[in-house]
Design a protein around this ligand. Structure first.
Ligand code: SAM
Length: 476
């Protein structure tokens, strides 16, 4: 029986409710009045429920589809402005006891196994700082013997402790397997940013086939992980479906039901939603799964998520190439990774000029966007976006509902926008090539005028000069 407030996975992600939602969306999608009334509700920018949003996803009237994309863009601009937050993944270990069929890390895959020592993590962090990164997502396979929680905690301490030149990692998000409330509490105490866990698929039967062994086989334990994380005091959690495995309409409804459940039970929805698609990897052919989706459909999914959950950040990784990422930025994405390596130890080991990773034997999947961080920053600037290395909200305690409040009140322009400009300035001074620095300085000069409050504008001007003179880490 469907119950968003239930603590049981099969009740808040109710299979029958998802099937009925898909059938309802098919029935209503050609009814212009119904679609128009959902679109007018969406224009109030307070979000849509899974049924309403599923109708928009199913709708294929070209005029209405245009309206969906336009609205997604407008919502993104109003809540997030033209800021794009940058991050990079850091792979700690590919030891794994699970059997995920789409992941080359699965137990018995024959892949070379590697776990970074604390010295190697230090070296990876230095290499990431030298690119200009301030925010990381730590990734690890699940293996209680090789990667216990103590190893993750020690690694977080190492990463946060690296003080190299003007660099600093100021926020570490963590993407590790579902764990206990006690362990989530330890992660919270270690100062993590968002706890990220991809659901992979909400379809229980498909999930069990895709995860034939290991602790991850347990659908309920995995699906209820975000509740345990929140019970352990983690305010910001990040959801994600691995698109390309199962039916996208099912996943879309399931993911929104998950968001509704978090809101109903904990009073705050997901901080982020990632939109990964399954990619080729050692022994993994994305064509062998039934749920493959075109780029166009992928972009529409993102636009409909943007409309349904306006206050949730959306993330796209370098799994996607430049063209798709460009479109996704317009459809509502607010965070992207840059210059990523998906192998264990891939940053410190270097690589070739074409972006190929040095130690391909431990690489998780093929990266499509292989540009350097400087190239990604330049591309964002040239496309009219403000690249941001800001981590202020979480460091100022604006997490969970406090961040959502800021976002709902559309205070981003007075707070996140100035922080974006100041952290971009740090990047330009410390790491950028000279053409990127020129383009960035011009962008900052233009964007300063968009800060509504004069007092804030003056403070930012002063801080920008201080950054030129060597001071760092200003934030509002
Ligand atoms: N081990 C943790 C877990 O089980 O949730 C998280 C770390 S795993 C390195 C991060 C994510 O990579 C997985 O949740 C999965 O969605 C994604 N992934 C695995 N194989 C992939 C592939 N072939 N293409 C794209 N993404 C993949």
């Amino acid at each position: 029986m469907y119950d968003p407030k239930s603590t049981k996975a099969e009740e808040f992600i109710d299979h029958e409710e998802i099937l009925e939602t898909i059938a309802y969306a098919q029935r209503v999608k050609d009814d212009r009045n119904a679609v128009d009334s959902i679109l007018s509700k969406a224009r109030e920018q307070k979000g849509l429920n899974h049924r309403e949003a599923s109708v928009l996803l199913a709708c294929d009237d070209p005029e209405k589809v245009r309206e969906i994309f336009d609205l997604a863009y407008q919502i993104k601009q109003e809540f997030y402005g033209n800021r794009i937050v940058l991050f990079a993944p850091l792979y700690l270990s590919n030891y794994c006891v699970n059997g995920c069929r789409y992941c080359p890390y699965h137990y018995g895959s024959g892949m070379a196994r590697k776990k970074l020592t604390q010295e190697e993590i230090y070296a990876e962090t230095v290499a990431l700082q030298d690119m200009g990164h301030k925010r990381l997502a730590v990734e690890s396979g699940e293996d209680p013997v090789n990667n216990p929680i103590e190893y993750i905690l020690e690694s977080l301490g190492t990463i946060y402790g690296v003080k190299h030149k003007n660099g600093a990692i100021r926020r570490v998000n963590v993407n590790i397997a579902g764990t206990t409330v006690e362990n989530y509490r330890k992660l919270r105490d270690a100062g993590i940013g968002t706890y990220i866990l991809f659901q992979e698929t909400y379809h229980k039967a498909g999930y069990e086939q895709l995860h034939p062994k290991g602790p991850k086989h347990n659908y309920a334990y995995h699906t209820e992980a975000m509740d345990r994380a929140m019970d352990g005091g983690i305010d910001d959690v990040g959801l994600g479906v691995l698109f390309g495995l199962e039916n996208y309409a099912y996943e879309f409804a399931g993911q929104l039901m998950h968001a509704e459940h978090l809101e109903a039970l904990h009073g705050v929805g997901p901080h982020t939603i990632s939109v990964p698609r399954v990619k080729p990897a050692q022994g993994v052919d994305p064509g062998s799964f039934e749920g493959g989706i075109s780029d166009e459909l992928f972009e529409k999914l993102a636009a409909c998520i943007r409309i349904a959950v306006p206050y949730t950040g959306m993330i796209i990784s370098t799994r996607e190439g430049r063209k798709v990422r460009e479109k996704m930025l317009r459809s509502g994405v607010s965070q992207i990774s840059g210059a990523s390596r998906t192998s264990v130890g891939g940053y410190a080991e270097g690589g070739d000029v074409n972006g190929a990773e040095p130690d391909d034997d431990t690489r998780q999947f093929e990266v499509s966007d292989t540009r350097t961080l400087d190239e990604v920053i330049r591309w964002l600037i040239d496309s009219g976006y403000v690249p941001s290395f800001c981590t202020a909200c979480y460091r100022e305690g604006r997490t969970g509902d406090r961040f959502m409040e800021l976002c709902k009140r559309k205070q981003i322009l007075n707070c996140c926008h100035p922080n974006a400009l100041m952290t971009l300035k740090e990047y330009l001074v410390d790491y950028a090539s000279s053409p990127t620095r020129d383009a960035g300085d011009k962008l900052i000069a233009r964007e300063l005028d968009h800060i509504p409050k004069e007092k804030v504008r003056d403070l930012v001007r002063k801080n920008l000069v201080n950054i030129e003179h060597g001071q760092r880490d200003f934030r509002l």
